[in-house]
Ligand binder design. Structure first.
Ligand code: SF4
Ligand code: SF4
Length: 163
């Protein structure tokens, strides 16, 4: 956000920048879990200038379009009336002056999210299958234990009577 130049500071932080922070907007979205979720993300990405990224486990969508109020000299055209989110943005840790972003994933093409979905959903299926196998093993062990303790106690096992 273009900040006013202090009289004693002609080299304000924003003077060195081309207003990077006024050229996109991004917001958090739910983490995709199903094929349909990923299909929706692919649809977003089919639109120009849209990317997705994941930071600290949180998914975001970013639309790379400049603000209507950004002037050709890279200054804010409505500085006194700029939205609260622009007022709260600090130049110190901003897009220009801050550290590199540490994204876990960045998707800039629809094909990338498609590839990621394929891999992610296959892993989920494997995990669910392994969970089911573990649950089946536990049930079998419990049944065996019940049978062997019933035999020890001389309790007759329930048997189906033939007609
Ligand atoms: S990215 Fe930083 S330096 Fe550039 S205009 Fe925004 S706040 Fe100023
Ligand atoms: S309103 Fe001004 S400060 Fe906010 S994004 Fe637009 S140009 Fe930048």
């Amino acid at each position: 956000m273009k900040l006013p130049i202090a009289p004693d500071d002609k080299k304000h932080l924003c003077d060195h920048c081309v207003a990077l922070c006024c050229r996109y907007f991004a917001f958090s979205i739910d983490k995709p879990k199903t094929q349909r979720d990923f299909e929706d993300l692919r649809w977003y990405m089919l639109h120009e200038d849209t990317i997705l990224f994941v930071e600290d486990g949180q998914w975001y969508i970013q639309i790379n379009r400049r603000c209507r109020e950004l002037r050709p000299d890279n200054r804010c055209g409505i500085y006194e009336h700029r939205p609260a989110i622009c007022r709260g943005y600090q130049a110190g840790g901003c897009d220009w002056h801050g550290d590199e972003y540490d994204y876990e994933h960045v998707f800039t093409e629809p094909g990338q999210i498609e590839g990621f979905a394929k891999q992610y959903l296959a892993e989920q299926r494997k995990r669910r299958a392994a969970g089911r196998r573990r649950a089946n093993r536990k049930t079998t062990v419990k049944r065996r234990l019940r049978r062997s303790s019933a035999r020890r106690l001389g309790v007759p096992l329930p048997l189906l009577k033939s007609a």
